[in-house]
Design a protein around this ligand. Structure first.
Ligand SMILES: *Cc1c(COP(=O)(O)O)cnc(C)c1O
Length: 458
């Protein structure tokens, strides 16, 4: 059973959301002292995780459940320890790309064997720590492989870590350049189609029997499913060739990355994990016949639709005939939307002072944030019920790459985040996920301990 797949049009999700906003306002979670908060739909996160598990279990008949596949959540999408723990409860591991993300995964209690380290800039110290812990490592470049050779003896690294190479299948980009990691000149992985690369890769594997994985992540939001599946197919073909040349089943696991795009235009969950898993099974059937273990690294598709930012409307004003709602949600919580509004449009829902869906209108208005620059707008000329001071807005589908991607402009604090669950009797319970940053913390991280430092230097 999965709520998401049983709720493809998102009716249940939308109803849960309205109940949560009303309860958050009634319970004082968002008020004058804390005018912006993040809310996470615990039932929705569990349902999305279940939908992912089931999607792959369906196409891996020999591997029921998550036996043959490790779903490693891309921590950068929601770098919150309780979220990682919740996903671990649901059988997921973690994909990490920095010492900080690794620390979060460990703080969430995720075992080393269920953590995968990807990053194009791993230091020698980071590599050593990963090997000591037994965290899987996807090596990004030839130079990094040489570094690993230097850390290891001739017999290879003495470690429980599964080790693999990231391949750039160079299948091309999607709709968003910044999210496309398999272009001709992408900074990630070993570029497979460059002159001499294939021969070098075959030789590198024959020399290193301890390289047992291949990794590809074709891109994130904006990449068509067909493009992602084609990247996986190319890497699968490479694995088959390596195993043939090596004369053994050396590559035993393929890490196919994440990147399932999210629909930000409505409550519909399209495409779903199931659609992608079926396309993969049709495009690369050999990947699902039980000979290979699988790792996935989905981020956005697991949490985006399960979170929102709720903010108070502080003032309503007008300028040049344009209505403007000045709210507490701007670039600090939705940096990508504010700086690249054409690429990352967000839906805005209007609620009244009691947190009830607002009726009336709609009339075109700008929804502005609190930051002191003119472009701090989360929606421009958007048709919404007329917003007034004391109302609330919700930025929908912001459960990924928002709470984890704070922009510290104007020394605005990282807002508090709460998880919610609706009981059968309709009562909404909240639990803290992250406390809001305090003024003391803001001063401390702004050099408060060194107040005299510069003046003393004369
Ligand atoms: C960002 C990233 C992911 C997750 O991408 P989503 O679009 O959030 O699913 C997975 N793997 C790697 C290597 C990444 O860089």
């Amino acid at each position: 059973m999965s709520l998401v797949d049983d709720d493809p049009d998102g009716t249940d999700r939308a109803a849960r959301r309205d109940a949560a906003v009303r309860a958050a306002v009634a319970q004082g979670l968002v008020d004058e002292r804390e005018p912006v908060v993040g809310l996470l739909d615990v039932a929705g996160i569990r349902a999305s995780a279940a939908a992912l598990r089931e999607a792959f279990a369906e196409v891996l008949p020999g591997h029921p459940g998550s036996g043959g596949v490790l779903h490693a959540f891309a921590v950068k999408a929601a770098s919150l320890v309780p979220v990682l723990r919740l996903l671990a409860d649901e059988g997921l591991g973690c994909e990490v790309a920095s010492p900080g993300e690794l620390a979060l995964a460990r703080a969430a209690g995720v075992p080393a064997g269920r953590i995968v380290l990807d990053s194009p800039a791993k230091t020698a110290a980071e590599l050593r720590e990963a090997l000591a812990l037994g965290v899987a490592v996807n090596v990004d470049s030839r130079a990094e492989l040489e570094r690993l050779d230097a850390l290891a003896g001739p017999a290879g690294p003495a470690t429980a870590s599964a080790l693999g190479l990231r391949i750039n299948p160079q299948v091309g980009g999607g709709a968003i350049d910044a999210m496309s990691t398999a272009t001709e000149t992408s900074k990630f992985g070993v570029a497979l189609r460059d002159p001499g690369a294939r021969a070098w890769l075959l030789d590198a594997h024959v020399r290193r029997p301890w390289l047992t994985r291949l990794h590809a992540h074709v891109g994130s939001q904006g990449c068509p499913l067909e493009l992602m599946a084609e990247g996986v197919r190319i890497v699968y073909e490479l694995a088959e060739e390596i195993n043939e040349v090596a004369g053994r089943r050396q590559i035993d696991t393929l890490d196919i990355g994440g990147g399932l795009p999210v629909n930000f235009a409505s409550d519909e969950t399209v495409p779903g994990h199931r659609e992608y898993a079926r396309l993969l099974a049709a495009t690369v059937p050999g990947l699902f016949d039980g000979r290979y273990g699988l790792v996935t690294e989905f981020g956005r598709s697991l949490t985006a639709k399960n979170g929102m930012v709720v903010a108070r409307v502080e003032y309503a004003k007008s300028a040049g005939g344009r209505r403007i709602a000045v709210t507490h949600a701007g670039a600090q919580v939705a940096a990508r939307t504010v700086f690249a509004p054409g690429t990352w449009p967000l839906r805005v829902a209007a609620y009244d002072a009691h947190g009830l869906p607002k009726a009336g209108g709609p009339v075109p208005q700008d929804v502005a944030g609190p930051c002191c620059f003119a472009g701090d707008l989360v929606a421009v000329d958007r048709e919404l019920p007329p917003l007034a001071a004391g109302d609330h807005i919700a930025l929908l589908d912001t459960g990924a790459y928002c709470f984890s991607t704070h922009f510290a402009y104007n020394t605005l604090p990282r807002p508090g985040i709460h998880g919610w669950l609706e009981a059968p009797d309709g009562r909404v319970r909240f639990v803290p996920v992250r406390a809001p940053q305090t003024l003391e913390e803001l001063v401390a991280e702004s050099g408060g301990a060194h107040a005299d430092g510069l003046s003393a230097l004369r």
